[in-house]
Ligand binder design. Structure first.
Ligand SMILES: [Cu+2]
Length: 157
């Protein structure tokens, strides 16, 4: 009887720690690093937000949506090479593979902030909310940074 009871206690303990571990893992799966918003030249009503989204979990995730109070419209975009001409396209989602990452950078995937409500200022931050396909959201404040000269790209729609 004593031995049986000990087994049960051990089992319950294992289950409890396992589910705690699972909950923790789900929350910690997605993380965002190196986020920034490009300082748009004066008079430019759109700009891009860039970051690295990391997925430490075992399941593929997709970024489905981004929101920000600074822009009237926020879209997920990619740059594609169309016969040597780089073009921007809106995309429905951005893959963040299991144990992988999605790199949002100039010339590639990015979050497009369209129709800015007020000019952005260097040194300030832009609040962003990311929504993923598992229903989870991530909020972050991305600092506004001047683009490096070599990274400048034509961003006209
Ligand atoms: Cu774009």
């Amino acid at each position: 009887m004593t031995i049986r009871f000990r087994h049960l206690a051990l089992l319950l303990g294992a289950v409890a720690s396992l589910s705690a571990l699972n909950a923790q893992a789900a929350e910690a799966d997605l993380s965002v690093a190196d986020a920034y918003v490009r300082l748009a030249p004066p008079g430019t009503p759109t700009t891009g937000a860039f970051m690295t989204i990391k997925n430490a979990g075992g399941a593929d995730r997709k970024l489905l949506k981004a929101d920000s109070p600074v822009a009237r419209s926020v879209e997920l975009h990619n740059h594609i090479n169309d016969n040597g001409v780089m073009k921007m396209r809106q995309v429905a989602e951005i893959d963040v593979k299991a144990k992988g990452q999605a790199v949002l950078k100039p010339g590639s995937y990015h979050i497009m902030l369209i129709d800015l409500k007020a000019p952005l200022k260097e040194g300030e931050t832009v609040p962003l909310t990311l929504t993923f396909d598992d229903g989870s959201t991530k909020q972050l404040d991305a600092p506004i940074k001047k683009p490096q000269a070599m990274m400048q790209m034509d961003h006209k729609h």
